[in-house]
Design a protein around this ligand. Structure first.
Ligand SMILES: [Mg+2]
Length: 377
């Protein structure tokens, strides 16, 4: 049992190569949170990417930065930590704030794996280092541009594609994509754009042989998804709605989905991601790993999670140059083969920031004192 000796949090703005559009709006600069801690004399890094505005979830980067600095960090000061579960218990007095908790939890797992001299994917229970990955196609200007973007991803060797859609005419776009690429594995991500009033429109999506339908209804819903699933052949995949293992259990119990997309940031960290993975495995529900457009540091965490045995679909992990012109962390992410990536043998998650890049993109930084204990409620 060792204490956190240092804790430092960074809010970073990462300019995208091109605006990323989804049903949630348009991002040009992705705001991300880096967290560095020292535990047992070993350094660990974590990243969570809640975005600049609270549009994907109620959290946002500026808020996450403050919650870590003012609430969560002080709760850990001076306290012995031996596991991710210890961290979760110590932070349990703060409700919600999953991304903020995840930044600390992920950095601790990195330090823990480094302290053992082992790659994180092995420490987490990965079955083999190779993981399936897929392409994520944001909203395009028109249907021709979408078909072209899909063609480019297919040419690059991707074997599964995820398309972002809105309520506006997804059937027409999917018909064009299917006409051009009848056999490719495709699913669509609605980011909560529909309601049950849209049932005929959602059922129309059932005609395109989709691998799954991701988060069709509201970000915090389970019950309506269970009602919707009864009307669909395609399986629903929940993303935004699953913020904890407890929520995953309820979703499974009421039949709200057939897949879960796990994101360490969204669920409070690697500790809870592992709990959700295990719960789904027991229930016979497959999972895959999603993305918040993290830098390659956060993507390295996704890659380690993607090696777990119940990950049965290509995960959203992207090679160097996909969304960002320059990488903020080292080394570069690279495909190891068509639609696949390989987790390495370096201790921990295996990635760390290039400090000059970190400085160049810094919005704000804070050190949290680990000497005094407590946060007065
Ligand atoms: Mg999603």
């Amino acid at each position: 049992m060792m204490r956190i000796e240092e804790l430092e949090v960074f809010r970073i703005g990462m300019p995208l190569k091109a605006p990323f559009r989804s049903a949630l709006g348009e991002e040009r600069i992705v705001e991300t949170i880096f967290l560095r801690l020292r535990w047992g004399g070993v350094e660990g890094w974590g990243e969570v990417t809640p975005q600049a505005r609270p549009s994907y979830s109620p959290e946002w980067a500026a808020g996450v930065f403050r919650v870590i600095r003012d609430c969560l960090g002080p709760l850990l000061a001076g306290r012995p930590i031996g596991s991710g579960q210890d961290i979760q218990s110590m932070l349990s007095g703060v409700r919600g704030n999953y991304f903020a908790k995840a930044a600390i939890d992920i950095a601790w797992w990195d330090a823990y794996a480094r302290s053992r001299g082992e790659p994180a994917w092995k420490v987490l229970g990965g079955s083999e280092p190779e993981a399936m990955v897929g392409a994520d196609i944001p909203l395009q200007a028109d249907t021709d541009a979408l078909v072209e973007a899909v063609g480019q991803a297919v040419d690059e060797g991707y074997r599964r594609l995820k398309l972002k859609v809105t309520r506006e005419a997804p059937e027409r776009q999917l018909a064009a994509v299917r006409a051009a690429f009848p056999d490719i594995v495709i699913h669509v991500d609605c980011n909560g754009a529909f309601s049950l009033d849209d049932l005929p429109r959602i059922r129309a999506l059932d005609h395109f042989d989709l691998a799954m339908l991701e988060q069709p209804l509201a970000f915090d819903d389970l019950v309506d998804h269970a009602a919707l699933q009864k009307h669909l052949d395609v399986g629903i995949c929940l993303d935004e709605s699953i913020t904890s293992a407890a929520r995953a259990r309820k979703a499974i119990e009421i039949g709200a989905c057939r897949w879960i997309n796990i994101k360490a940031g969204r669920v409070g960290g690697v500790t809870e991601a592992l709990a959700i993975h295990g719960l789904c495995e027991k229930a016979g529900m497959p999972v895959w790993i999603g993305s918040m457009l993290e830098s390659n540091l956060g993507q390295a965490v996704s890659l380690a999670l993607a090696t777990l045995p119940n990950v049965q679909y290509g995960s959203d992990i992207f090679p160097h140059g996909t969304f960002y012109a320059t990488d903020i962390c080292e080394p570069e992410m690279r495909l190891s083969g068509p639609s696949s990536m390989r987790a390495g043998d370096d201790p921990g998650f295996g990635w760390q920031p290039d400090i000059s890049m970190l400085r160049a993109h810094l919005i704000e930084r804070a050190s949290v004192s680990m000497k005094s204990e407590g946060w007065a409620s």
